[in-house]
Design a protein around this ligand. Structure first.
Ligand code: BG6
Length: 484
């Protein structure tokens, strides 16, 4: 018969979301605007834009998103029906501190998340909370140029402290910054760092002045310090807290066995994954950072106090998102002919999603082993899934076999990695309820087990429907990963 996998007892199975893509209610209950509230819709071919003023007649997908703000009871009940024992969500910073630098928190915002966590607890669902998932308050962008300013560290620490104190008996698992390593790339400027970029278009391959690159790395350093301070405060408030980092898990293969390609891939993996992971897990910048900073003429303001904070504020576990792998080559002609900023030259052994992401389940096993070997602390996969166009079948239902197939293959590789000896705590599939895409702002790029009636232009009555993957995942959870 087919191979079955033994997942550990108590393995966390669930789904993941982010406030800015899910909640809506962008000005409800005293909330202030967050960065994504100033980012327009887009498509795979028309990039999103950020606007300083909210333009009339322009569509901003986060404003309503899919209205979790008013529908959380219904959604959490559906998650419970699937058997979730974990639900990843983010707290929208602007709901708690509308301007980011307010002296006191917004009580209505605090109450909202109490209600959400209470609803989770009712079903035995463990909330896994991201403190910052691209949700820097817009006022901090205006006033401080976001994370470029050292002052923002204190504002974040105040926000994190408020959340830890407020929810210390309701939440055990926390993540500080979502995909902190996105700040390594130009497109992370506005979303991840709340910093004004050089272009108003969210261009994934944008070029930047040296000054901007320098600022971006300084801003990232501020986030590292803020995260490390939050970890220490969290542990002081509740020693049982498990606080993790969150890295966008990219995996680059050498396109050929040319040693130059192998070195290029190694460099890519170092810079995209280990750079941030090392700072947050080991408490120091990696050995290769020095040369990178020197060659790029980047000079950071890192104080002795900062260094102490980083060392004392290392995380309890390493979490990451994993969607695809990419390739690296030094062959300029090949790159020019076929290259794509995101994934390099297409890997001929892999299939590609409609959004150009290369599907690579075995890469997940590789990544799990690689990262576990480097850090030897517990791991959690907090995002994984397939963005696809869902079309109703003739019977009016959504038969998303392609999604089931993608997830099954990735879960099998998790099983293999666990057999390899990797300490994996859990798995939260991305976008368990259809929500707004971060890169393109679309609804059309759907990930969910649960369909939401809404299109790219905002039409639809937002009602929820189960897709076939809903029942499939329910079975996976009930059998603790045995029935795939
Ligand atoms: C990660 C983000 O980059 O990938 C999520 O943490 C995002 O916010 C997810 O939604 C999937 O990307 P996209 O662009 O398909 O929404």
């Amino acid at each position: 018969g087919e191979k079955t996998y033994a997942f550990p007892a108590g393995f966390l199975w669930g789904g993941a979301t982010a406030a800015n893509q899910y909640e809506g209610g962008w000005l409800d209950g005293g909330k202030g605007a967050s960065v994504p509230d100033h980012i327009t819709g887009g498509t795979v071919s028309t990039p999103r834009r950020w606007t300083r003023e909210i333009e009339e007649g322009t569509y901003y997908p986060s404003h309503e998103a899919v209205d979790f703000y008013h529908r959380y009871k219904e959604d959490i009940a559906l998650m419970a029906e699937m058997g979730f024992n974990v639900f990843r969500l983010s707290i929208n910073w602007g709901r708690i501190y509308p301007n980011g630098d307010d002296k006191t928190p917004n009580e209505e915002g605090l109450a909202f998340y109490h209600d959400v966590f209470k609803e989770c607890r009712k079903y035995g669902i463990e909330p896994l909370v991201t403190l910052s998932h691209y949700e820097t308050p817009w006022a901090l962008t205006e006033k401080y140029n976001g994370w470029a300013s050292r002052e923002v560290i204190d504002h974040f620490v105040r926000y994190a402290t408020t959340c830890f104190q407020e929810y210390k008996d309701e939440v055990k698992y926390w993540l500080t910054f979502n995909e902190i390593n996105c700040a390594m790339m130009p497109f992370g400027t506005i979303m991840g760092l709340g910093m004004v970029p050089e272009s108003d278009v969210m261009d994934f391959g944008a070029s930047e002045t040296h000054e901007q690159v320098q600022k971006r790395f300084q801003a990232l350093h501020h986030q590292f310090v803020a995260s490390a301070k939050a970890v220490q405060i969290g542990h002081a408030i509740n020693p049982n807290f498990m606080i993790g980092c969150m890295i966008a898990g990219g995996l680059a293969y050498p396109y050929t066995c040319n040693p130059k390609d192998a070195l290029a891939a190694q460099n890519k993996n170092n810079m995209s994954n280990y750079f941030c992971g090392d700072v947050q897990v080991r408490g120091v910048y990696p050995y290769f950072a020095k040369r990178f900073f020197k060659e790029n003429d980047i000079h950071l303001d890192i104080t002795t106090d900062d260094e102490i904070e980083l060392l004392n504020g290392t995380v309890d576990f390493y979490s990451f998102s994993y969607y695809m792998s990419s390739t690296e080559t030094v062959d300029e002609e090949l790159k020019a002919a076929k290259g794509n900023v995101f994934a390099g030259v297409p890997n001929p052994y892999l299939e590609t999603s409609e959004w150009g992401w290369q599907i690579d389940p075995e890469g997940l096993r590789w990544y799990l082993n690689d990262v576990y070997g480097r850090y030897e602390i517990p791991l959690m996969i907090v995002e994984n899934g397939l963005g696809a166009v869902d079309v109703r079948g003739e019977d009016g239902k959504f038969h998303d076999v392609y999604r089931i197939d993608y997830l099954r293959k990735h879960i099998e590789q998790m099983g293999e990695a666990i057999e390899d000896g990797v300490d994996l705590l859990g798995y939260t599939m991305w976008g368990c309820v259809d929500l707004v895409s971060a890169s393109t702002g679309e609804m059309k790029k759907r990930y969910g087990f649960i369909y939401v009636d809404k299109d790219n232009d905002g039409n639809g009555d937002l009602h929820r429907e189960k897709k076939d993957s809903f029942d499939w995942y329910k079975k996976v959870i009930a059998s603790n990963g045995k029935e795939l």
